[in-house]
Design a protein around this ligand. Structure first.
Ligand SMILES: [Zn+2]
Length: 304
């Protein structure tokens, strides 16, 4: 048990503080406890929603029912908007979830993060801002094999909660298994101005591109942001202690077969970064989902 505590404590510190300082724009959503029951405001994040099999292509939204973050097309209704979205209602291992200490089971589930320098293309689909990387430039190795990084994106507030508390934002780095594109792995960082990690997003260059992308007009066509950013340092920050569990995409079609790895390191973006993002998307997160008996593996970094 003692090995599990640090991870949750680190997560807990950041998330608790976030309710005070972060995401000033939606204090109402912030204060909501566990949100399974939450009403409307989650917006859809980003690209999680995309079909696992054609991740290399921009979304073709006209093929499926429109969905959103609020009202009649908000998260509570996704499962009935389109038969392709039925898993949003019927799935048994949906994401995100609320993390609590009693869910943690100590286990050996290592993840080696091998990210590197890449060009970045981005677009704002109206649902999310998606950042695409050079194919094959960055990958991770888990017990299942090699997963290649396809894209990353952000949610505000965080999708995962710790003891019912949201962090200001959450970053999702979406990878696909090289031998099976239906299997996905999401490297997850909680982000909060009061986070413990002494780091911003991706250094100055990365922060610049983050802001460039946030300012893009809506379009289905990715824009090359110019130059490259180096994801290596961020990958190293992921660290050895983390949580992992079996879940789903957090946007329609809520496809399952997604393994989440949640870093014990909390990114500490500048307030200006958060404000720039929330000016565009201030509640693109899905409420937490029922556990249905799932546990969460706490990997302390040591074989065991
Ligand atoms: Zn996401």
């Amino acid at each position: 048990m003692s090995r599990l505590l640090p991870v949750l404590l680190v997560l807990g510190v950041a998330c608790t503080s976030s309710s005070k300082e972060s995401a000033p724009t939606h204090s109402g959503a912030d204060s909501a406890p566990t949100d399974d029951t939450q009403p409307t405001d989650d917006t859809e994040p980003t690209d999680d929603s995309e079909p696992l099999t054609d991740d290399s292509e921009p979304p073709t939204e006209d093929e499926d029912a429109e969905w959103g973050d609020d009202g009649d097309i908000g998260p509570e209704h996704w499962g009935s908007l389109d038969e392709d979205y039925a898993t949003c209602d019927e799935g048994l291992v949906q994401s995100p979830i609320n993390l609590t200490e009693d869910l943690l089971v100590e286990g050996y589930d290592p993840l080696t993060v091998l990210w590197s320098s890449t060009a970045i293309r981005a677009y704002n689909s109206g649902h999310y801002i998606r950042y695409e990387v050079d194919e094959g430039s960055s990958y991770v190795i888990s017990n299942e094999g090699r997963f290649d990084l396809d894209q990353f994106h952000f949610h505000s507030l965080s999708e995962h909660t710790v003891d019912g508390q949201h962090a200001a934002m959450e970053a999702h780095f979406v990878h696909y298994l090289d031998t099976n594109p239906d299997r996905a792995l999401v490297v997850t960082f909680l982000m909060d101005p009061t986070g413990e990690s002494d780091t911003d997003l991706f250094g100055m260059e990365g922060a610049l591109k983050f802001h460039q992308a946030v300012a893009l007009p809506e379009s289905e066509t990715p824009t090359d942001l110019g130059g490259t950013i180096d994801l290596n340092e961020l990958g190293e920050l992921f660290g050895r202690a983390h949580l992992s569990y079996e879940g789903s995409l957090t946007t329609p079609a809520c496809t399952e077969g997604v393994r989440f790895y949640i870093s014990g390191a909390i990114l500490a973006p500048e307030i200006a970064d958060i404000e720039a993002f929330t000016a565009v998307y201030d509640h693109n997160y899905r409420p937490t989902q029922p556990l249905n008996g799932r546990s969460v593996t706490a990997h302390s970094g040591e074989p065991g």
